[in-house]
Design a protein around this ligand. Structure first.
Ligand SMILES: Nc1ncnc2c1ncn2[C@@H]1O[C@H](COP(=O)(O)OP(=O)(O)O)[C@@H](O)[C@H]1O
Ligand SMILES: [Mg+2]
Length: 354
């Protein structure tokens, strides 16, 4: 049975459908991220799970029990959930230990047990030495750890995190993302994590649910979302890609403007289609020569290039016609604008997206 299930969840404000029929199931102990651009309905979905917003239609179930529907609603404090908001709002007039212990105090946990659990939780988030400090005396990352400790100490049925790293600078974000994943591996709380940042989602999640305009586009593992995107939106939102018009016949994909067909991998197979879009990642295209198993795609000429240190970003025009393609190449592969080259593709990296 799923730990948490959303069934055709909807929220309308006037005539606007901001959450438009989202269904998903989380296994016990799973961390699923709601990923999508600003305004796609992530926070609204999370607040419906927490009980702060009533759904317009659909249902929310925990352990198979309905906790929310348009006719019935368990109040937030009885859902056994902890939520961390974007502005993680720890109390400035309480010490770190008091902040972290607050949830246990509210639940009337005996003082000795509270003290013991606070101590353990502060060790887990590496804040032991800071127990008696006030939030103003902590860095942003440390305040974030206090918010995490405060949410986890009550051992929630479901942990809800709404863009918890968005107030931190880029380096700290990466470090805290790894920290959240480490804590998840240790405690295995069933977690719904919200972010608009695809790198963060990839680093943290067991599975990612991509939302677009209130709808679920695809829910999948990070690997599948990146390599087997099912819609053009997912292909473009998760990393850089080339979306190319093409057709499939007999397991081979032919791309408009390119002379050679590409054999599709078994897990990317689609039936014959007269017209579809394919996603090809820039790092799966090769100039000059390709790795073992690569398929030649004909001659191209370089029409633009940018050196990005870790790689070259080339824009190439296939000689046979079609749209220009983005290609990432090793720093040592130097081609001038106007120069001709042969292009190859790793067939494993070609996905039909619609
Ligand atoms: N109380 C409200 N009344 C009207 N529109 C709202 C309300 N809350 C959110 N919205 C709209 O719903 C959409 C989704 O908002 P939200 O769930 O906060 O998106 P996200 O968290 O993905 O950025 C946005 O267009 C937002 O303007
Ligand atoms: Mg939001």
């Amino acid at each position: 049975m799923s730990k948490l299930e959303l069934k055709d969840l909807r929220k309308n404000y006037g005539s606007a459908s901001v959450v438009d029929g989202v269904s998903l199931q989380l296994r016990r102990g799973e961390l699923v991220t709601l990923l999508g651009p600003s305004g796609c309905g992530k926070t609204t979905t999370l607040r419906m799970i927490a009980g702060f917003i009533e759904p317009s239609a659909g249902a929310i179930l925990v352990d198979g029990r309905e906790i929310s529907s348009p006719t019935r609603s368990v109040p937030p404090e009885h859902r056994g959930m902890s939520m961390i908001f974007q502005s993680y709002a720890i109390w400035p007039n309480m010490t770190v230990a008091e902040n972290v212990g607050f949830g246990l105090q509210v639940r009337k946990t005996p003082a000795a047990e509270t003290a013991q659990r606070v101590k353990e939780m502060l060790d887990v988030v590496k804040l032991g030495p800071y127990a008696q400090r006030y939030p103003a005396e902590l860095s942003g990352g440390q305040q974030q750890r206090v918010a995490l400790a405060r949410a986890m100490i009550v051992r929630p049925e479901v942990l809800l995190l709404d863009e918890p790293l968005s107030n931190l600078d880029a380096n700290l974000r990466e470090e805290m993302a790894a920290e959240i994943r480490r804590l998840h591996d240790e405690f295995r709380f069933t977690t719904v994590y919200v972010t608009h940042d695809q790198t963060e989602a990839m680093a943290i999640s067991d599975r990612i649910a991509v939302l677009h305009q209130g709808r679920l586009e695809q829910i999948d593992t990070p690997w599948n979302l990146y390599n087997r995107p099912q819609t053009p939106f997912v292909a473009g939102f998760i990393g850089k890609t080339n979306l190319v018009q093409g057709a499939v016949q007999g397991g081979r994909m032919r791309l408009d403007g390119l002379p050679e067909g590409i054999p599709l991998q078994a897990d990317a197979a689609v039936g014959d289609r007269a017209s579809l879009q394919a996603s090809i990642r820039p790092q799966s295209l090769y100039l000059g020569s390709g790795p073992d198993g690569a398929v030649p795609l004909g001659a191209v000429s370089v029409v633009g290039r940018t050196y990005l240190g870790e790689y070259w970003h080339y824009l190439v025009q296939p000689s046979a016609g079609g749209a220009p393609l983005k290609v990432h190449a090793a720093p040592s592969l130097v081609l001038e604008v106007g120069q001709q080259s042969m292009m190859y593709v790793d067939p494993y990296a070609v996905a039909a997206v619609q």
